[in-house]
Design a protein around this ligand. Structure first.
Ligand code: ADP
Length: 263
């Protein structure tokens, strides 16, 4: 579902999108002390849409997606998930973390728990599932990421690629409305990267809404409905992949792409 208007300025995109986007970020600003890490971020993501976020290191990509599930608190602007505003209140946070699955660069599994325990913890605690139902759910998603035979191992006994599969399955066990990926392949050995991207591509093709921060531009071309390019804490360009890669509009995006793609 490519957006014909993807090369239009952001304000036009906002006007043409459905009334209640799944994620709606308006005027988002974030400071770390005196440092302004995000400035006036506006972004709407519709149900089923796949957005790839790219940009130079330190441009605020990770901070932006961490604000969506409040791993970072913002100081100005609003974030809404399915129409409900995200706030740091405990009850709200719990609901958000059920709706928003997050996969990190460094997996973030509990090292002292087995794979199956890592997967069942959230559904039992937050979704109040019975242990047996949570285990069934966990095995379903472990099979889906092709790693069910590792269920009783500890994270340290797995390769990086296997750990990331577990992390993806863990997020899916919460039945999220949207998945956020923060450079999911950056910590992996090169031979593991394609397998993880294939898992994410399969999820995308299954209709999962996602925002993915990545430098994997082949993946971005294949999966993204829109590319969001960030620099220095701002969204600088939003465009369909074929437009972003073939005809970037700003000098900043041109420089980024020339450095990344080597031409
Ligand atoms: P990206 O994901 O694009 O590499 P980040 O969102 O991680 O960028 O960081 C954006 C900016 O905010 C960077 O300059 C980074 O140094 C700064 N930053 C990130 N996290 C913190 C923090 N916890 N405290 C202070 N500065 C931070």
């Amino acid at each position: 579902m490519r957006d014909r208007l993807s090369n239009a300025p952001q304000r036009c995109l906002a006007a043409k999108r459905p009334a209640t986007p799944l994620v709606e970020i308006t005027g988002l600003c974030k400071w770390y002390g005196e440092f302004n890490a995000l400035f006036n971020i506006n972004l709407s993501v519709s149900t089923g849409e796949k957005v790839v976020v790219c940009g130079p290191s330190g441009s605020g990509k990770s901070t932006m997606i961490r604000c969506i599930n409040q791993l970072e608190a913002h100081q100005a602007g609003t974030i809404k998930i399915a129409g409900r505003e995200v706030t740091p209140k405990m009850k709200n946070l719990k609901d958000i973390r059920c709706d928003v699955g997050m996969v990190f660069q460094s997996f973030n599994l509990f090292p002292h728990k087995t794979v199956i325990e890592n997967l069942t913890l959230g559904p039992v605690r937050s979704r109040r599932l019975a242990n047996s139902d949570a285990t069934e759910l966990a095995m379903h998603y472990l099979r889906r990421v092709q790693i069910s035979e590792q269920a009783d191992k500890y994270p340290a006994q797995l390769s990086g690629g296997q750990q990331q599969r577990v992390a993806i399955a863990r997020a899916l066990c919460m039945k999220p409305k949207i998945m956020l990926f923060d450079e999911p392949t950056s910590a992996l050995d090169p031979e593991m990267i394609a397998g993880i991207l294939d898992v994410i591509i399969e999820l995308a093709e299954g209709g999962m809404t996602m925002i993915c921060v990545t430098h994997e531009m082949g993946f971005a071309r294949k999966v993204a409905d829109r590319i969001v390019f960030m620099d220095a804490g701002e969204i600088v360009e939003v465009a369909a992949p074929e437009i972003f890669f073939n005809n970037p509009q700003t000098d900043r995006a041109k420089l980024f792409l020339s450095q990344l793609l080597g031409h």
